[in-house]
Design a protein around this ligand. Structure first.
Ligand code: HEM
Length: 242
């Protein structure tokens, strides 16, 4: 099983890195021919950075449009961020002070993450309008994330695993020195689901994470009178015509 998981994680990391790089390249090369920032919008570059920061950290526009989705969505994402930050201890030696400091909060974050996901999933069954437009992949991503959170919490609170050995395995993996992984069924489940998440990430709706930074309605400056909006490919065309 150790060899299986070692190969699985090398493959999943390669697919995640290459897939993300490819998709981000596609996003960056997609033309934005029109100036379409959602108004009221910032009129300076600094303002756009602030707007984007508020959108990414606080989910500002979701807050204004739907409080329930905002509550569950923000709970899930903030919980996930803290959980992932807490997980850095498996990949660093010595563990940075800030990661050590976050450990106690990270546990509650696991519950916040699971509760947020449960709320978002319930909405897809209980709200008829949303149930109608929900696709199998919407359900699948929620189920996958919830299963990762539940298997993690079960390891933390019910069926403990040897976290020191888990760390030795992952530190070894990073140095191409394979160390034994504890033979623990729940750990196998947690890690298999995480690898699956890494593999499907580049072809899933979860791409909205890098995608938001390329969203013209959010990343454009509202300055049509001060500066003419001209994308590089349109400028090339114009230069050729003249
Ligand atoms: C290779 C990557 C990962 C490894 C090695 C790993 C390993 C572990 C281990 C050993 C635990 C039990 C902690 C304990 O007993 O103290 C745990 C808990 C948990 N894991 Fe993971 N995990 C990984 C990735 C993830 C990801 C990507 C997520 C979320 C999408 C996640 C979510 C959780 C949660 C919510 C818990 C319970 C709360 C906590 O202990 O922080 N894990 N994980």
């Amino acid at each position: 099983m150790t060899t299986f998981f070692a190969i699985l994680f090398y493959a999943a990391s390669a697919i995640l890195a290459a897939g993300l790089a490819w998709k981000i390249r596609c996003f960056a090369r997609t033309p934005a021919p029109l100036l379409i920032p959602t108004t009221p919008a910032p009129t300076t570059a600094g303002g756009v950075v602030l707007r984007m920061a508020r959108e990414v950290v606080l989910f500002e526009s979701l807050f204004k449009s739907n409080l329930w989705i905002w509550l569950f969505g923000w709970m899930f994402h903030a919980g996930l961020a803290l959980v992932l930050f807490r997980h850095l201890r498996y990949f660093t030696e010595p563990v940075p002070d800030l990661v050590a400091l976050a450990q106690p909060f990270g546990i509650y974050a696991g519950f916040a993450m699971a509760a947020g996901l449960a709320g978002l999933w319930a909405r897809r069954f209980l709200v008829e309008r949303i149930r109608y437009i929900s696709t199998p992949s919407d359900h699948l991503m929620l189920a996958l994330l919830l299963a990762i959170a539940c298997s993690g919490l079960a390891m933390k609170f019910v069926f403990h695993t040897d976290v020191v050995a888990v760390k030795t395995f992952f530190l070894g993996l990073m140095l191409f020195d394979i160390q034994p992984l504890p033979a623990d069924p729940l750990l196998y489940v947690h890690l298999s689901l995480v690898a699956l998440l890494m593999i499907v990430f580049p072809i899933s709706k979860l791409l909205h994470a890098p995608g938001i930074f390329f969203s013209p309605t959010r990343n454009q400056i509202d300055n049509p009178r001060e500066a003419r909006h001209l994308s590089p490919w349109a400028a090339d065309l114009e230069a050729k015509r003249n």
